[in-house]
Design a protein around this ligand. Structure first.
Ligand code: ADP
Ligand code: ADP
Ligand code: MG
Length: 458
């Protein structure tokens, strides 16, 4: 078992990881930038180390400073959370090189599955259907023209190193493709340090369905699927488990394909295999793997009763998988919404500031994952996620009712948040019927967003 864990992250996920470690009796070290001296993760960890100025490049992405903090505090392990260094293969290798257990897959597994083109090849080789498109990186526009004969339009041009909904462009015809291709390459190079591109046919009106997996390098299990079709700018805003859209047969196939791929790459730790599901054709297609814990992991925890972060820590400590597939039984329905410091009535403009008062929702089936406390000032340097509200109930209908109840209890005074968006979505007929797809929310926002004015409590 691990003895002392450095958590190389901030915000709600640092809090989440520290809690899981403490529940297992593992000592914890928080790291923080100069902007995060008062942060909750610093307060609840057993120790804390400053790793530099507010800019992430100088602190949360500063490998040398993080490794020095781990050495100075006598840690034997590092959990990267999500974002920042979580999918950085060189960081995983650097941890291993410094004698630290990296709580995640090996650097080589990150290289294979974190590169979206390499992952497509691995999926294809494991017999998992991929979206029609280029087999590898696209070398030139000439090469792309040949592939476009098969895929047709519209197509997506995607960055091999993309993530977080960034590095994706749509082309509706050859002229658009030829104009977008060099721009996409330059943008990908600037944003991700890698200009590599690939392309995929656009699957219209698809759902985003993903499968949670756990592996120990030898064996793998799945913890069923999540549906994350409600997205804005290709970022998830509302996630649930299980998906109402799947038949038992397609669910079995989807989850079996995820386990096959996890085993094929000798994956160790928690991961998510993302797919698009086309209801009409009743077909699913692999899109990518996230080789880390995901933002929306709690919905899976709520329906399975598994603490995924604790399992990650056990696996990184060298324990074989404790869970057999037959032990993992889903119960009820869970929904998560992302409460961001953004004003949904003003195109989701960021709204950093100070939380003057806080009322946290509670009661049966309610979980509030957050780093907020009354008096906390949200720094402007990082992402805008304030809290994840997660509800669980016997049925999807009951979970939506409970979501409205818990949202109504929640008061984050002093900030504008995305709460009105979720109150409105929970009452929408299409959402209630789960008659949605990945582009649905953007259409809905075009007509509804002006009415989503957040209250600003004094
Ligand atoms: P999830 O799939 O867990 O919902 P997201 O795709 O929303 O995760 O990303 C989680 C976090 O990681 C976000 O803060 C996002 O901005 C960040 N992120 C993910 N991939 C990258 C990347 N390649 N470059 C920069 N940030 C990323
Ligand atoms: P990221 O690495 O940024 O998470 P993904 O490849 O997972 O990027 O795609 C993000 C989102 O973009 C998906 O959830 C989906 O909404 C949309 N998307 C991606 N690929 C396709 C596709 N081939 N057709 C239609 N929508 C897609
Ligand atoms: Mg994705």
């Amino acid at each position: 078992m691990l003895k002392k864990l450095l958590v190389a992250n901030r915000g709600e996920i640092a809090v989440r990881v520290i809690r899981a470690a403490q529940d297992l009796g593992i000592a914890t070290v928080a790291v923080y930038s100069d902007a995060d001296r008062d942060a909750l993760h610093v307060q609840i960890a057993d120790e804390a180390a400053n790793i530099g100025p507010p800019a992430a490049k100088k602190s949360y992405l500063n490998v040398a400073n993080i490794l020095k903090a781990a050495a100075d505090t006598g840690c034997d392990a590092v959990h990267p959370g999500y974002g920042f260094l979580a999918e950085n293969a060189d960081f995983a290798d650097a941890c291993a090189g410094a004698g630290l257990a990296f709580v995640g897959p090996s650097g080589d597994a990150i290289r294979t599955m974190g590169d979206k083109v390499a992952a497509r090849s691995a999926a294809h080789a494991a017999g998992v259907p991929v979206v029609p498109g280029s087999l590898g990186r696209i070398g030139s526009i000439d090469e792309a023209r040949h592939i476009l004969i098969d895929t047709g339009f519209p197509v997506m041009i995607k960055a091999a190193a993309g993530g977080g909904g960034r590095g994706i462009r749509i082309a509706n015809d050859l002229a658009e493709f030829e104009a977008a291709f060099p721009q996409a390459a330059a943008e990908a190079l600037a944003a991700f340090g890698d200009g590599g591109l690939y392309m995929e046919k656009v699957i219209a009106k698809a759902r985003h369905i993903e499968v949670q997996v756990l592996g120990d390098g030898r064996d793998a299990v799945h913890c069923f699927e999540r549906e994350c079709s409600l997205q804005r700018r290709r970022q998830k805003v509302w996630e649930e488990a299980p998906s109402r859209a799947l038949s038992p047969r397609i669910r079995d196939e989807l989850c079996a394909s995820a386990v096959r791929l996890t085993r094929a790459v000798g994956y160790s730790g928690a991961g998510t295999i993302e797919y698009l599901y086309d209801d009409e054709a009743d077909r699913f297609y692999f899109i990518e793997m996230n080789t880390r814990i995901q933002v929306e992991h709690p919905v899976t925890e709520m329906i399975t009763g598994i603490d995924l972060v604790a399992e990650m820590l056990r696996i990184a400590g060298g324990e074989p998988l404790r869970l057999r597939q037959s032990d993992i039984i889903p119960r009820g329905h869970a929904i998560e919404v992302r409460l961001n410091a953004e004003d949904p009535s003003r195109d989701f403009a960021p709204f950093p500031g100070t939380v003057s008062a806080l009322r946290v929702p509670g009661g049966p089936g309610v979980r509030f994952e957050s780093m907020l406390y009354a008096g906390y000032t949200v720094p402007p340097f990082y992402d805008s996620l304030l809290a994840k509200l997660v509800v669980h109930a016997e049925t999807r209908e009951a979970a939506i009712t409970r979501l409205v109840r818990a949202l109504s209890e929640t008061r984050i005074e002093g900030l504008r948040t995305t709460k009105p968006l979720f109150l409105a979505l929970a009452k929408d007929d299409a959402v209630k019927a789960n008659a949605v797809h990945t582009r649905w929310l953007e259409g809905w926002l075009a007509t509804h967003s002006s009415r989503l004015v957040p209250e600003l409590e004094p």
